[in-house]
Design a protein around this ligand. Structure first.
Ligand code: G3H
Length: 542
């Protein structure tokens, strides 16, 4: 029997005596290189959950040890890179030259084997990153769905290529081809979904990859090593564990990476690009920081705006790149909004991820509660107040969401992407204020706009669409549905992701052209009637 202690929001200690929920323990030495799952003989890194365990000896609480993974070093990283380079073989490898339908079959087989690990992965998502059960379940299911959607999107893309064009007396058979070797790095907040939203399109387009899981959310990748091994030819996907500087840095330094696919912080992306000796050859697919604002106009339906702003600011404790990270409320409605919003925040249930109704859950990064509290204190020292009763209460693994008002440019909370549970509120009397702030911001992902007067909304939308890449009307910001383009301006992204756009991002148009004459046409016909080329074919994939 394990007992867990979490300081509650009103400083009462809640004991969770768990008779059925026991922490997982996964100690995995395995890694995948060149189609071989091997055991790592070097140092291991312990993996802790920030869901804190009460020690039976002295009653102190501490993070829970839930497993260990290899802490791999640069030599092995280079080995993985070489396996990916060999599998791509300058475009001559089995994988990049394989028929599209055969690559699809490998990916489909992988999705099938991945589904068998559903419960295990959902449990690890809850323990490793503190995601509540509905969201952890959604992350898994959404990822599987994304894989099937990707297969279907590629079929559609391929069908459009199953033909010859003719312009200016030249026949052209145009397809999308792979780019080469991809280094794939995902974030801790969506360690499965966002990583696979890079990896799967990269693979299906014929690239080969080295994949290192995020700093948190690593154990949940281990159950998938067998599936990767079973479903892809050797070297196509290589999975390593360890720190970025030991693994990603030497891989980039080699100059053999063609695509850096990273969802995370721009500082990591820039540092990795800087390691690459041929930057002009490096394609970037990056999902980076954001500080998405909500703008609440005087005529907004406040109940609706409060509801959307709660999910926008605090789903998964605000640890989403798409989270609403600053709220601009019109002066005329700010008091009412703050009252209703603060009450709604205080009603949110904090609990363990698997408990029914837990909306707020422990923060996985040990120093995050103190960081959030520092933002609160900085804002208070410069004139803001905590507007909700429970705001800012600290426990070893949480800082209860504080609604901070009035926030201004002098405060860190105004500028920093807090990526956690604290909500800065700014009031405005003229719409130019949020618009100017957005124009001056380093970020440009999305905005939420609340109001109903079409005259005002119309011109605002026209401006906002040029400041960000998605204007959410009376709705919180979000990435999904995954068929819609997900991107950002300025420091928020490079490239566009969506089921369809990712296929384009991880490939390049390449074609066979031939002058229209009897000699060439006969050769083309012969090629089409043979199975000598996987590229030249007009097969229509059903
Ligand atoms: O962290 C960034 C995610 O892409 C957000 O996705 O809006 O579906 O939670 P989401």
């Amino acid at each position: 029997m394990f007992s867990f202690l979490l300081n509650s929001l009103n400083k009462i200690k809640i004991m969770h005596t768990l008779t059925t929920v026991k922490p997982p323990f996964v100690s995995s030495k395995s890694y995948l290189i060149n189609g071989q799952i091997s055991d790592w003989n070097g140092p291991m890194a312990n993996v802790y959950s920030n869901i804190q365990l009460e020690k039976s000896t002295d009653g102190k609480v501490e993070p829970t040890l839930i497993g260990s993974v290899p802490d791999m070093q640069s030599e092995i990283a280079v080995e993985a890179l070489n396996a990916a380079v060999k599998a791509f073989a300058r475009g001559q490898g089995l994988w990049p030259t394989m028929k599209v339908k055969d690559r699809m079959a490998c990916v489909e087989k992988f999705a099938g084997q991945m589904k068998e690990k559903r419960d295990e992965i959902i449990e690890l998502l809850m323990w490793e990153i503190g995601k509540n059960k509905p969201d952890a379940t959604k992350e898994f299911d959404r990822t599987v769905e994304y894989i099937y959607d990707t297969i279907n999107a590629y079929k559609m893309l391929d069908r459009k290529s199953a033909k010859f064009d003719k312009e200016g007396g030249i026949y052209a058979h145009i397809r999308r081809g792979p780019l080469g070797v991809v280094l794939c790095l995902g974030p801790y907040n969506y360690p499965l979904n966002e990583t696979f939203c890079l990896l799967i399109p990269a693979l299906i387009m014929g690239n080969t990859a080295i994949f290192k899981p995020a700093k948190l959310g690593v154990l949940l990748i281990t159950p998938l090593l067998e599936a990767f091994k079973n479903c892809f030819p050797p070297g196509v996907v290589n999975v390593l564990f360890g720190r970025g500087r030991n693994i990603a840095t030497p891989i980039m330094r080699s100059g053999n990476v063609d695509v850096l696919a990273l969802i995370g912080h721009s500082s990591s992306a820039v540092a990795l690009q800087d390691e690459h000796p041929h930057k002009n050859r490096l394609r970037l697919i990056l999902g980076l920081e954001a500080k998405n604002p909500a703008i609440i106009l005087p005529d907004a339906d406040l109940d609706h705006a409060v509801k959307e702003c709660i999910s926008g600011t605090l789903s998964y404790n605000g640890q989403r790149c798409t989270a609403l990270k600053i709220l601009y409320v019109h002066e005329s409605i700010k008091d009412e909004f703050l009252k209703r919003f603060s009450e709604a925040v205080d009603q949110l249930k904090f609990g363990l991820p698997w408990e029914d109704g837990s909306f707020l859950t422990p923060l996985p990064e040990p120093n995050k509660p103190a960081y959030i509290r520092n933002l609160v204190d900085d804002a208070i020292s410069k004139g803001a107040k905590i507007m909700n009763k429970k705001g800012g209460e600290l426990s070893p693994n949480y800082c209860y969401p504080a609604v901070m008002y009035p926030v201004d440019q002098s405060m860190d909370l105004f500028h920093e992407e807090q990526f956690g549970p604290v909500i800065p509120v700014v009031s405005f009397s003229h719409i130019d204020q949020p618009l100017n702030d957005m124009a001056n911001s380093e970020y440009g992902q999305q905005v939420s706009l609340f109001g109903q007067d079409v005259k005002e909304l119309g011109s605002l939308i026209d401006t906002l669409a040029n400041l960000v890449c998605r204007v959410n009307l009376n709705s919180s910001c979000q990435r999904g549905p995954d068929v819609y383009p997900f991107t950002g301006r300025k420091n928020s992204a490079v490239g566009t992701l969506s089921v369809f756009d990712a296929l384009r991002s991880f490939s390049i148009r390449t074609f066979v052209a031939s002058k229209d004459n009897e000699y060439n046409n006969q050769i083309l016909n012969n090629l089409l009637n043979s199975d000598h080329s996987n590229f030249i074919n007009t097969e229509y994939l059903l």
